[in-house]
Design a protein around this ligand. Structure first.
Ligand code: HEC
Length: 428
């Protein structure tokens, strides 16, 4: 049933037909030898057959095309066989094991969480602040440069990034559904063509082309089968969209795990990870329910954000973190985005509105002071929003003040009011 035309053409290496015809004679020889006591289980596992079988029967879900993930995450033979026999016969399962063992991959433990800042998983929101700042407060002496210099790939977080494979639930990378033909074959420039090109030659350019082809197919409103079309909101299919995006997410992840993250991980790539979370967010918002909705929303967005803080819409991640009781994380992610926004952007003003909204008790004063100081430095440097956005920016800085004021002492209010007015003067 799972058999599909081998869309994965390991063009240079194997075409399943060629492999089968090359290998058949030896299989036949084995068969004839074992005529007396037929025992297919005794046939020597054949890695070449395993490679072809993987491409045909596994790669529709395991996007690497070549079994990279099975070797990388150290799944034992028994696990590979147990999972494989859901899709192929037991001899083929053994061929696949034999093939996976030929891959030269530097493995990690099965419970490795890809891209998780490793050694230091803070368990709670408070522990996060203590690890990062040494105190449960927004540090008064932290500068914009200091915050921008923090390497997000190293910051310990209470969020647990997805495991590669988890048989219960949907908190793993592996998509539960194969990439469907209606996405693969859609349009004049079908995704299949670019995926085949990528699997034939795993270059960064081919990866980007394949990813953007799948992204076009998933969201093109002319594609009746596209699950991620929006608007209209009614057309969006949260679960199917989540699955396609997980599929694409694993394709990207395996490229990076294979070749290293030293190459630039650009917006087009980490946005896919962010967008897995966005599918969960939208599903939850529209339908009131999505399996592990908040956890998926927060974790995938955080993962994407940790590769590109300047581009993402901080309020969405902040919202999810706050729902999980992780307000300190929320404030950190938002202000870290604020200082990374490009010149001329009106977004840093919105960022401060949300940072103030999510700030835990006692954090309001230093958070607003930090955010105001950052905005003031921008405007003093000639970095002001476009004319048509200045009114909004002015409103944003006063709403920040009004939201914080009830939590502040009179001298704190005076300090912040002075900063607010100084910024406002540049926004006239
Ligand atoms: C329909 C999609 C699909 C196909 C086809 C598929 N898999 Fe998987 N596989 C998954 C998913 C999803 C998981 C993650 C665990 C889960 O959700 O059950 C997984 C997990 C695994 C694991 C790890 C299991 C664990 O204990 O964590 C192995 C090994 C594996 N698959 C092998 C294979 C092999 C070999 C084939 C082909 C013969 C194959 N799979 C075909 C979807 C698929």
């Amino acid at each position: 049933m799972m058999r599909r035309e081998g869309w994965v053409l390991l063009t240079h290496l194997l075409r399943s037909r060629t492999v089968v015809s090359l290998v058949l004679p030896s299989l036949a020889a084995c068969d004839s030898l074992s005529v007396a006591a037929p025992d297919l289980g005794r046939i020597q596992p054949n890695p070449a057959l395993g490679a072809a079988a993987f491409a045909v029967s596994c790669a529709v879900c395991h996007a690497s095309g070549d079994g990279f993930d099975l070797a990388y995450f150290s799944y034992p033979d028994s696990t590979i066989i147990r999972r494989a026999v859901a899709h192929v016969d037991s001899n083929t399962a053994r061929d696949i094991v034999a093939y996976v063992r030929t891959l030269s991959v530097q493995p990690v433990a099965r419970d490795n969480r890809p891209f998780q800042p490793r050694d230091a998983l803070a368990d709670t929101d408070l522990a996060f602040a203590l690890r990062l700042f040494g105190t449960d407060a927004w540090p008064a002496d932290l500068t914009s440069e200091g915050l921008r210099a923090i390497d997000l790939r190293q910051v310990p977080t209470a969020l647990r990034f997805p495991l590669w494979s988890q048989e219960q639930g949907n908190m793993d990378w592996m998509p539960d559904d194969p990439l469907s033909g209606s996405l693969l074959d859609y349009g004049d420039e079908p995704a299949r063509k670019y995926l085949d090109a990528y699997l034939g030659h795993r270059s960064s350019e081919n990866l980007r082309a394949a990813v953007s082809a799948v992204r076009r197919a998933e969201r093109d409103s002319l594609n009746a089968a596209a699950p991620c079309v929006r608007p209209p909101l009614a057309r969006f299919q949260p679960r199917a969209c989540f699955e396609v995006r997980r599929w694409t997410a694993t394709l990207i992840a395996q490229h990076l795990l294979r070749f290293g993250t030293s190459e630039t991980v650009d917006t087009a790539l980490y946005n896919v990870w962010w967008d897995v979370g966005d599918a969960a967010r939208i599903g939850r918002a529209r339908d009131g329910d999505f399996e592990n909705g908040i956890a998926n929303w927060a974790t995938w967005m955080y993962l994407g954000w940790s590769f590109g803080a300047s581009n993402e819409t901080s309020v969405w991640l902040g919202d999810a973190l706050t729902l999980l009781g992780l307000r300190r994380h929320a404030v950190f992610t938002i202000l870290r985005s604020q200082v990374a926004r490009p010149r001329g952007s009106p977004i840093p003003y919105n960022d401060l509105v949300f940072a103030t909204q999510f700030a835990p008790g006692g954090w309001a004063f230093p958070v607003v002071k930090f955010g105001y100081a950052h905005l003031l430095a921008r405007v003093k440097d000639g970095d002001v929003p476009p004319v048509e956005r200045r009114q909004q920016a002015t409103e944003a800085i006063s709403s920040v003040f009004n939201a914080a004021a009830p939590k502040l002492t009179p001298p704190q209010q005076a300090t912040l009011a002075a900063l607010r007015d100084e910024i406002a003067a540049y926004l006239q």
